[in-house]
Write a protein that binds this ligand. Sequence first.
Ligand SMILES: NC(=O)c1ccc[n+]([C@@H]2O[C@H](COP(=O)([O-])OP(=O)(O)OC[C@H]3O[C@@H](n4cnc5c(N)ncnc54)[C@H](OP(=O)(O)O)[C@@H]3O)[C@@H](O)[C@H]2O)c1
Length: 330
Amino acid sequence: MTVPDAMLAIEITQPGAPDVLAPVSVPVPVPKHGQILIKVAYAGVNRPDALQRAGAYNPPANASPLPGLECSGHVAAIGPGVTRWAVGDAVCALLPGGGYAEYAMTAADHALPIPEGMDLRQAACLPETCFTVWSNIVMRGGLKAGERFLVHGGSSGIGTTAIQIAAALGARVFATAGSDKKCATCTDLGAEKAFNYHDQDFVAEMKAVGGADLILDMVGGSYIPRNIRSLADDGRLVQIAFLTRPKVELNFAELMMRRLTITGSTLRPQSDLAKARIAAQIEEHVWPMIARGALKPVIDSEYPLAEAPAAHWRIEAQGHIGKIVLKVAD
Ligand SMILES: NC(=O)c1ccc[n+]([C@@H]2O[C@H](COP(=O)([O-])OP(=O)(O)OC[C@H]3O[C@@H](n4cnc5c(N)ncnc54)[C@H](OP(=O)(O)O)[C@@H]3O)[C@@H](O)[C@H]2O)c1
């Protein structure tokens, strides 16, 4: 495979609305020790990309300033010390940034083979949500078969993945979403019940079934005390974002009296080693779920790379269900 010196990418020209995304020609990165260069076929679009574009989520030091946290494609070059992959291998990968481009670089052990039965378009939608969901609901939250699991934002990229993985683990799954159509998607994917938060109280609904053993929350704000009230004794709350706000007043007595746990994490700033450990668990546990048909990405829409602003307008409007993907090459 011949790798050119320069490539087309989408850059964030300044913090702002989706129209600040613009095409640019930049040098193709050269893989260092332990890294691979991927010729990108498709790149997934995630809400953290929109936050980065708006200036609210800066990339970690040493990460590409270009947006894009996941992609699929073919290995175009390998750095010294890489033994698992060869040029031409089809992969999907978690990226430190730089997915909105013709070529993207990542650590070799943050890449995974394309799951059995899946095409490159579907595979591009897996890494960011699978890494986030698995590391938070299983490695951090300890979800087990038979437990009651509640996920907020059930129709989001994260939510649609969390519902399917939790159901595949044998948990009883509950979700919240902002419309009846989005709630129907949640139940189609395996949720026992989905609550439209405009006219249903998830606290009362969860208490009626005995409380949640685990909650995955991206909303924060007023949901934090309501999540505490929704938890069963010994329940766990895992916070992965604050779509509203991070600060609230909370009575910690309930935590103590009912032995609750509050934790949370963000994926991007974690070490390469931590991400490699998550990747290994995903390949062992989540890829077989995909092979047996228990998990597949819900794809809302596809845009050509050059139309990245339109993809971001779509995610900002919040009418989407599941994932938005950019087509970079065939
Ligand atoms: N911690 C991590 O490592 C990590 C990694 C990836 C993503 N995330 C976070 O996880 C969240 C989901 O990411 P994504 O890419 O899947 O996003 P997404 O597809 O854009 O979904 C976000 C959804 O949240 C719902 N929502 C928005 N505001 C809300 C509010 N005030 N109350 C209740 N629901 C609200 C919306 O659906 P409704 O119509 O139902 O309101 C929206 O579709 C984002 O906040 C993202 O930043 C965290």
